[in-house]
Design a protein around this ligand. Sequence first.
Ligand code: FAD
Ligand code: SF4
Length: 501
Amino acid sequence: ARRLLLVLGDQLDIRANALDRLDPERDAVVMTEAREEATYLRQHKKRLVLFFAAMRHFADELRARGFTVRYHAIDGEDPAATLAEGAARHPADEHHVTLPGDMRVRDALRDRFPGLVVHPDHHFLSTPAEFSDLREGRRRFILEDFYRAMRKKTGWLMDGDAPAGGRWNFDADNRKPFGRDGPGFTPGRPHSEPDEITRKVMRMVERLFPDAPGSTEGFAEPVTRRAALAHLRDFIDHRLPRFGDHQDAIATGHSTLWHSRLSTALNLKLVDPREVCAAAISAWANGHAPLNAVEGFVRQILGWREFVRGVYWAEMPGYAGLNALGADADLPGFFWTGDTVMACLADGLTQLLEEGYAHHIQRLMVMGLFAMLWGAHPYRVHEWHMELYLDAIDWVSLPNVLGMSQHGDGGIVGTKPYAASGAYISRMSDCCGGCRYDPRIATGPKACPFTTLYWDFLARHEARFRGNRRMAMQMANLSRKDDGELRDIRGAAESLRKRIA
Ligand code: FAD
Ligand code: SF4
């Protein structure tokens, strides 16, 4: 071929600018189900199915549009160990790729093809350069600063220069727990029935990766643009109206609640963030969904999703090595099995192992919180994340896990650690009622491990957090504990570590 375009598993956007430039007569696309990508970390079986099935469907779509596609299937006649090896099998004058979502992959491809043309990824609403420009010269640059700039740039939910509804942020309305009666009726998760191509991939994954975590059974993710658009519609119609109110709440046995479950489709680029936000905004304009829900949802995509990507490209490669809290422990083994008597963790982890999904507050305030209080190494927590979550790609997992949830970056993504005791989980969920522990107690047989580890965490890092204004209340509460009480708590934390690890 004259030009060879490498299309990676998270670049399945038929309208991508790099595809636009191809001449189907003379140029070609290469796609590789690289063994290295599937095995450099163990990966959830549903995650393997997601990527391979979506790639195979996309290759068919490209062929149907007249492109020449060189496809290296992992179980085919011409498999390739790495993405570069797949591409190198096909002589070409020029090699092209859209910016990969993982710096490791970009660098490996550049090493192999020194003239590689890396195209900007127009899927996103901002560019890495724009993020750096906005941040330049500011002492503080947090999500809210970036988000407001993006609202002004796009004009979304704007009333001239002012935010629609008079406020930039409706978070304060979006923290309602469910109360005694639980969530009541929930619409449930959207479901895509696997077609023959996907079913074949499911059988292949069970055969080739028998030891990978999870199961292929019950796979229901969208693997085509068409299915992803159906999932978007399902969310707008049935869940968006209540997305805001209970955004931070947890209910045992409910994985989806009013969340969109669009992260895999977005991250594989099956849907575009513009069409997703436009659908939500028009639901508000039509009176179908309230502003607190729509603003909350738009902020996740136009704000957080773009912000963490900005952090990734601005801070890498050094970012991956940050460990501000000097955390060095391994995650307890139950993170891979869900086998623990802590009810909140058992619920979140069981769901995760089953579906490859947990919603934001479970990630941040249950699994992530426990890992941080435990003192787990932040990069290892990110690797665990990459193994089990279907939506994890380096650019989005690393800042969320190492940064937001583990505070390993010392305050780049968030200005303070999301540290809390069992009392937070008790307030936002119904988990504690069914647990053998008591979230109010820090020592003794009924002590909630979150509460024990919370005080131990604050005490361990007292010198660091004392100067953080946003931690002032938590540190004042710590200083109210007398020496004896604190000694008992620290002793309890130590024996907990021995018992669980
Ligand atoms: P919804 O709650 O419906 O939110 C809507 C959309 O907003 C999501 O689909 C997602 O595209 C976007 N979004 C929301 N929050 C974020 C955020 N912090 N960063 C980026 N996008 C966001 N998201 C990923 O896509 N991949 C990850 O690997 C990932 N890892 C995370 C790890 C931790 C520890 C935490 C705290 C968050 C992580 N997130 C990640 C962000 C967020 O939790 C997920 O995007 C969300 O739970 C996906 O489910 P949903 O589609 O139902 O989201
Ligand atoms: Fe989780 Fe503690 Fe509540 Fe048990 S008591 S569910 S461990 S927060």
